[in-house]
Ligand binder design. Sequence first.
Ligand SMILES: [Zn+2]
Length: 266
Amino acid sequence: MIFTDSHCHLDFDEFSNHLPALLQACLTSGIHRIIVPSTAPDNWSKVITLCRQGNNGENLAPLLLPCLGIHPWFLSGLTQQHLQQLAALSRQHRQDIIAIGETGIDKVIADKADNLAQQRSFFEYQLQLAKDCHLPVIVHHRRSHHELIPLLKQGKSPYGGIIHAFSGSYQEAKTYIDLGFKLGIGGTISYDRAVKTINTVKRLPLSAIVLETDAPSMPLAGFQGQSNSPLKLVNVFECLKHIRQEPAEIIAERIESNINELFQLP
Ligand SMILES: [Zn+2]
């Protein structure tokens, strides 16, 4: 079986001193593609360069697929000008990138930083940019389904995207699926207490599921306090296998074809 990590911050410092060995280990575990979202202007070129180097054939590595975007945690000090830079860079690297992201709305941060209006406007801008570039979007959410859904409906795009680290009810999941989104399923389902999300994942159509680690964030149950690794994608798959009824091979194959379909990959 082969897998795609649909969300991994490979450019973060946690990985920098052992990246070639880590990438080789991923490949050995069947992780043949890793999608690398970016988070802020600071790391746009790092993500592009890292993916290009990974794909130059010199090292044994999964295919690295970059995205460009502005994460709702990193809006402080950013202006409209940064959005324009993002648009220019996305057009310049249109052949390399596979999505705009990660973007989204984080209600916990919005309450702390009092920046909900800025989060909304940065999200709406990036939704429109994705549409203009004919690309899907990678969407971050936290306590914000009620904020995201109206904006996604209003700016409905034929290119869809991924609701990253999905947690929520079946009804919320269904709303995203109807808007053309896949749901990123990660370490959350390794925690017994995530009853609502596990029950949702049980009922979802397989066609709506993609896998992710969000490494170095979101350690799985039993690994709290450690930095997460893309290698744990296999553990996420194991959890999913226990939740679902279908044979493992069928699940793995279907999830791979979901990625191909969404990102128009061969
Ligand atoms: Zn992320």
